[in-house]
Structure formats: structure tokens, C-alpha cells
Design a protein around this ligand. Structure first.
Ligand code: NAG
Ligand code: NAG
Ligand code: NAG
Length: 314
């Protein structure tokens, strides 16, 4: 049985005796790690780590119907100034419920290039919607890749959650130089084909000086990007990477954002790593629930959407 994991991009071949009555259910492990380093003030950095599960079922060929489960966010202060260093918190760990995503059902619509739009409960908080956008944005490739060859580099405008920018895509397929994480019950099949034992890597380097839109968003930010604000932010780096083998799909983004208050001179640098990894494909127990009080929403961060007369204006 073949199932659509990410519409237009990734399918899976399942070795099951009988087709699943309610189709498959995908569980993605979600990690969002943020490190804030003030230019001065404290010696050390503040970390915020969120772990969650994103559970999705395909609905037709273009939609995934999803919700989050088991979100847990913590913050703590560490001595290390290296955001890539994995550290054990030395002191107090604070639970951060405001960063834990609600479990309401929503839908993601895809097109050939990636995410197209969302369908959400009309009462969703804008801040929550932005956090969802940032995470599910990892399921977006950003370019149509059907039939691409082995090692290619190309540039294209890419729509992603924080804007529309000129992006360099680098795709290479190589032999997996390590034992495969074994999940023998399925084989993943990306749209460009991938032989057994091979790994495909897609890197996206966003040229943030060449954007038609750009929003200096950081995870959990509650700013409205339309209104006058006393916080100035700029995004200085945004790189994406996707790794696919016959058993793995991992997609992540690294962002660097600088932010400061107009009234203060201290600049804080924020380093963010978001990662979504396919964990399991199982038989769904029922059809996906409908989205309650459903309203379409753009995939773009902030209150701006393409059609300005939308409900997000209210
Ligand atoms: C997030 O932090 C944890 C703990 O330091 C680490 O194990 C994990 O790999 C990090 N994930 C990402 C996406 O950076
Ligand atoms: C990005 O999204 C906008 C609005 O939906 C659309 O007009 C534009 O063509 C898209 N660009 C790309 C490169 O997909
Ligand atoms: C924007 O949305 C309104 C109401 O939903 C619709 O009447 C209008 O045609 C849309 N405009 C564009 C440019 O899509």
C-alpha cells in the first residue's frame, strides 16, 4: 500500500496485508530550541526548549489534517555562550506553558512547491498560529523537485513562513555512511526517486537581502508586524535542511535574529533551531476530525496575509 506523507513530495510504501480502513497516521517529533544571548548584562544565555509531537493524517491528495500533542516547553539559564552546545541546565528550570502548543485540529494544504495555506479554528490566537506556522513550515520544500538529478544547485524564489526570498537549493544524493535507523515496515519514496541505501540531502540557503517580503519573527514572538513597535528585529540567517533515506525524514531550520528595544541599546541575538522528524507511520483509528469553526489562513508569519481583506485584519 502506498500513502502520501507530504503531498507532492514524499510517499511511503507500506508492507501491510490489508489496506488500513482509516488510512495512515504520521507522528512527527518536534523540537524547537532557542538561545538568547544578550550583548551585555548577564554572562551566559537563556535557553528555551520545546518538544512536541505533530500528528497528521492525509486527507485526499493535497491535505494533511494535523494536531499537536504532548507539548512541553522549558527555559533555563546556562553559562555557555555557544548556542550549538547541548547543555544540561545547572540551575532552575522553568516550565513555559505559553510556548506549549494547543491540541486543536488544523489542516495544511500543499501545492507542488510546498505549503500553500492553512485551515485553522477562527478563534486561534495570532501568536499561537505563528508558532504553528513556524513548525509546520518544516514540511515545506519550497520548490518543485520532481525529477531532479543527483547533484544539483539552483536558485529560486521560495515562499517560507517568514517571507519570500531568493534561495539557493543544493541537492545531493549519496550513500548512507552509517547504519540505517531501522523501521522495516515502510520505505519512504521522495518525488525525485531515491535508491535503497542512499540519502538525499536538500540544503536551502536563504538570501535575506533578496526578499519580496521578510518578517523578523522569532518563536513565540507576540509582536504584530503591522503595528508600530518599540522592538527592532532583523533576521540575519535562515538556512534549511532536509534529509531523507528510505526510513528517515528530518527537516530543520536554523535562524539567527537580532533584536533590541528602541529605548535601550542592548542587542540580543537569538539562535533558533527547529526540527521535525518522522517518527512512526501507523494505522489511524478513525477519520481525522473536522476543523472547528474553520477559517483559511496564510502560511506567512504575522498578521499580514496576501489578501488583506481576510479575517486576520479584524
Ligand atoms: C535541542 O536541545 C536538545 C538538548 O540540548 C538536544 O538534544 C537536541 O538535539 C536539540 N535539537 C535541535 C533541533 O537543536
Ligand atoms: C508566494 O506566495 C504568493 C502568495 O500566495 C504568490 O503570489 C507567489 O507566486 C508565491 N511565490 C512562489 C515563489 O511560490
Ligand atoms: C479577498 O477576499 C475577499 C473576501 O474573501 C474576496 O472578495 C476578494 O476577491 C479577495 N481578493 C483577492 C485579490 O483574492
Amino acid at each position: 500500500m502506498n500513502v502520501v506523507v507530504i503531498p507532492f513530495f514524499l510517499a511511503a510504501h507500506l508492507t501491510v496485508d490489508e489496506p488500513w480502513e482509516h488510512g495512515p497516521e504520521y507522528t512527527f517529533q518536534v523540537q524547537v530550541n532557542c538561545t538568547a544571548i544578550p550583548e551585555e548584562g548577564i554572562y551566559g544565555s537563556v535557553r528555551l526548549n520545546l518538544v512536541s509531537k505533530l500528528i497528521c493524517q492525509p486527507k485526499g491528495n493535497h491535505l494533511l489534517s494535523c494536531h499537536f500533542e504532548d507539548s512541553k516547553a522549558n527555559s533555563f539559564v546556562v553559562d555557555s555562550l555557544d548556542p550549538s552546545e547541548s547543555v544540561v541546565p545547572a540551575g532552575l528550570v522553568n516550565r513555559q506553558p505559553a510556548y506549549e502548543i494547543n491540541e486543536d485540529q488544523f489542516e495544511i494544504k500543499f501545492n507542488k512547491r510546498g505549503l500553500d495555506s492553512l485551515m485553522v479554528n477562527e478563534n486561534i490566537q495570532p501568536r499561537e498560529l505563528d508558532m504553528i506556522r513556524m513548525i509546520v513550515g518544516q514540511l515545506s520544500v519550497g520548490a518543485a523537485l520532481d525529477g531532479v538529478g543527483n547533484d544539483i544547485i539552483f536558485d529560486a524564489m521560495e515562499n517560507f513562513t517568514q517571507g519570500e526570498c531568493y534561495t539557493t537549493f543544493k541537492i545531493d544524493k549519496k550513500l548512507v555512511g552509517r547504519p540505517l535507523y531501522t523501521k522495516p515496515s515502510y520505505a519512504l519514496k521522495p518525488v525525485f526517486g531515491l535508491k535503497d541505501g542512499k540519502l538525499a540531502q536538500i540544503r536551502k540557503i536563504r538570501n535575506l537581502h533578496m526578499c519580496s517580503h521578510k518578517v523578523p519573527y522569532f518563536f513565540g514572538n507576540a509582536e504584530s508586524f503591522r503595528e508600530e513597535s518599540d522592538i527592532m528585529s532583523d533576521i540575519s540567517l535562515s538556512d534549511g535542511h532536509i534529509i531523507i533515506t528510505s526510513t528517515e525524514f528530518i527537516s530543520g531550520t536554523s535562524n539567527v535574529i537580532t533584536t533590541s528595544k528602541i529605548t535601550e541599546t542592548v542587542i540580543t541575538t537569538l539562535y533558533e533551531n527547529v526540527r521535525v522528524r518522522l517518527e512512526t507511520i501507523q494505522a489511524a483509528k478513525s477519520e481525522p476530525p473536522a476543523v472547528k469553526e474553520a477559517e483559511p489562513a496564510s502560511v506567512f508569519i504575522g498578521r499580514w496575509i496576501i489578501n488583506d481583506s481576510s479575517e486576520e485584519d479584524n
